[in-house]
Design a protein around this ligand. Structure first.
Ligand SMILES: [Zn+2]
Ligand SMILES: [Zn+2]
Ligand SMILES: [Zn+2]
Length: 446
């Protein structure tokens, strides 16, 4: 991720900050330009103090302190590019649910930062009611909720936001790493497999690397939970769980590709250089001064990643923590990542045209009454310096549970028309939520 600075005072700020700890300006993230902007009140809206000074207002989830992104003031969208994909949010009348949901949103917004930076196609349920990308955040009060993906709908068990609960599952599942961000990156890996592999005619090329996905998914998972991964899984897979089925292999490898690209961008933003004094071995030296989102090949990414993770693992050990990146990248795994890298880059090309047409945040929109009044931002004290630490991130497979998670198998092909990407535009949510609606289902598309 990039490093952000307050335009009003120059203070370095975290992605999650809603106020500048130095000058007190409200902050809002402009997803299309990738800027975290100091905001100046203008009438009912804000002027973002970026170069183009667009007129914006906050996403409605800012009222819950679950978002700090903005939308164009002139559009009808109530929700930002990340929140417009929420289909069901938890009952927020309990503090516990609100706290957990905020943790979820921290991770989900980081996911969307990367998806947008990768210029991946993003449709929600308003754009495509059957296959658009949507999230259900569910509690398992009534019945067991399994984290998983089906037909664009990602279901997340809210309890994963409880650190103690998640750590218990991590141990029970024998995973070296389990975070909310990891869950999000893994689950959208299934979504993009549908979109960029299955529906894009890339099945054969994908199968050559990941194996035959037509094998029975439920049976494969059952077998995995009964017998575990094959002994030599580290030679072929990024994680033990990836060996369960080619779909899981793709989702796991996809998640790691996102981990690596995002973390390298962060390292680059800080000007990190890895030059150990004790060895001239070139494989342990790197100047991380490149943009991994634009890397020509995954090799360049991995060549930088290995020295960085070796250094970071050692730093963590110095602090008594376990390794930052406790995984081995074998040659077959790197080849799979190269395939994912090429797939992502190929999908970007198609997106350029759409991006040109949308013009989201291209210019300052004239002040204009918007259909709905954005809720006043919650009361506020400027955040102290260390911002909310981003939720625990964790990759990791779907679900833990006593029962092997059974996620419904496949998926019908998406409609012919390729997903158009970006969202701007008025809130076209087909089902605006009436005021009386129960708190559970909220956040429409838009
Ligand atoms: Zn400031
Ligand atoms: Zn939002
Ligand atoms: Zn999965």
């Amino acid at each position: 991720m990039r490093l952000f600075n307050c335009q009003a005072c120059g203070q370095a700020i975290y992605f999650e900050n809603r106020f500048c700890g130095s000058c007190g300006h409200s902050l809002g993230y402009l997803p299309i330009t990738g800027e975290l902007a100091a905001l100046q009140t203008q009438g009912d809206h804000f002027v973002a103090l970026t170069r183009k000074k667009p007129l914006v207002r906050y996403c409605e989830n800012v009222a819950f302190d679950a978002c700090n992104w903005v939308v164009p003031a002139s559009g009808g969208s109530k929700f930002c590019l990340a929140c417009r994909h929420n289909r069901t949010i938890p009952d927020l009348s309990t503090d516990q649910n609100l706290t957990k949901w905020r943790q979820m949103e921290i991770a989900k917004h980081r996911l969307f930062y990367t998806l947008i930076a990768m210029k991946l196609p993003l449709t929600n349920r308003a754009d495509d009611p059957d296959h658009g990308l949507a999230f259900d955040f569910l509690t398992d009060d009534a019945q067991k909720v399994l984290t998983g993906h089906e037909e664009g709908l990602v279901t997340i068990n809210l309890n994963e936001a409880d650190d103690a609960h998640r750590e218990k599952l991590r141990t029970a599942m024998g995973e070296p790493y389990r975070t909310l961000l990891g869950h999000f990156r893994h689950e959208v890996g299934h979504y993009f497999w549908d979109l960029l592999i299955q529906d894009a005619g890339k099945l054969e090329a994908c199968r050559a690397l990941f194996g035959d996905d037509s094998q029975d998914y439920a049976a494969a998972l059952k077998l995995y939970y009964a017998q575990g991964a094959p002994q030599d899984w580290q030679n072929r897979f990024i994680s033990a769980y990836a060996s369960a089925h080619p779909w899981e292999d793709f989702a796991e490898t996809w998640a790691h590709y996102l981990h690596i690209v995002d973390t390298l961008e962060t390292a680059s933003a800080f000007g990190l250089r890895i030059h150990p004094t004790t060895t001239k071995n070139k494989a342990l030296h790197a100047d991380l001064n490149f943009d991994p989102y634009r890397a020509k090949s995954v090799r360049a990414i991995i060549d930088a990643w290995l020295p960085l993770t070796f250094a970071m693992n050692n730093l963590n050990r110095s602090m008594g923590y376990s390794d930052l990146y406790p995984f081995i990248l074998s040659e077959p795994v790197i080849e799979k990542m190269q395939f994912i890298h090429e797939t992502v880059q190929a999908s970007q090309v198609e997106r350029k045209e759409t991006r040109r047409k949308t013009g989201f945040f291209r210019e300052a929109a004239p002040a204009q009454a918007s259909p709905e009044q954005p809720p006043a931002p919650p009361p506020t004290e400027p955040l102290p310096q260390p911002p909310p630490s981003p939720g625990t991130d964790s990759p990791g497979p779907d679900i833990p549970s006593e029962n092997p998670p059974v996620v419904e198998p496949p998926r019908d092909p998406l409609p012919d028309n390729p997903p158009v990407e970006l969202p701007p535009g008025p809130d076209e949510s087909p089902n605006p939520i009436p005021d009386e609606a129960p708190p559970r289902v909220q956040i429409g598309a838009g």
